[in-house]
Ligand binder design. Structure first.
Ligand code: ZN
Length: 132
C-alpha cells in the first residue's frame, strides 16, 4: 500500500494524480491485477475523466457547483454540507485494471482528486492487488 499526499491550494480544485498512481503501480512490480485508489476524506473524492483538454474538468467543476450550490438550506453546522454531498455523489474510490505493469486507462483518461473544502492536505491510498 502507498499513500500519496496532495496539498490542495484552492477551495475547490481537481488535481491530476495519474502520474503518482502510475508510479505506485510500477514500484509494486505487479504486472496484472487491480489498482484501488481510495480517498479517506468526507469532503474530497476521486474520479476518472478526460485529462487532455482542461476545459472538460473546468466544465465538470462548473456543473457540480451549479447542481450542488454552496449555499442552500443545509442543517450541518460546520457549514460545508455542499462539500460532503459532492464527495458522496462522486465517490471516494475507483478501481483501475493493471496490465503489463501499467494502469489500463483510456487514451484521454486521467485520475483526479477532487477537493471541495480546501485548501487542505489530502491523502490518497493506493493499493495494487496482483491477479493470481
Ligand atoms: Zn462537515
Amino acid at each position: 500500500m502507498a499513500v500519496i499526499r496532495v496539498r490542495t491550494t484552492k477551495h475547490t480544485s481537481f488535481v491530476n494524480i495519474t502520474s503518482q498512481v502510475r508510479e505506485v503501480v510500477r514500484a509494486s512490480g505487479v504486472k496484472s491485477g487491480l489498482c484501488l485508489v481510495y480517498v479517506p476524506h468526507t469532503t474530497a473524492c476521486v474520479f476518472i475523466n478526460e485529462g487532455a483538454d482542461p476545459d472538460v474538468i473546468r466544465d465538470i467543476g462548473y456543473m457540480v457547483e451549479k447542481l450542488i450550490p454552496w449555499r442552500e438550506n443545509y442543517e450541518h453546522a460546520e457549514g460545508n454540507s455542499a462539500a460532503h454531498i459532492r464527495s458522496a455523489i462522486i465517490g471516494n474510490s475507483r478501481v483501475i485494471p493493471v496490465e503489463e505493469g501499467d494502469l489500463l486507462l483510456g487514451t484521454w483518461e486521467a485520475i483526479f482528486l477532487a477537493e471541495f473544502d480546501g485548501p487542505r492536505e489530502r491523502k490518497v491510498i493506493v493499493k495494487v492487488i496482483k491477479e493470481d
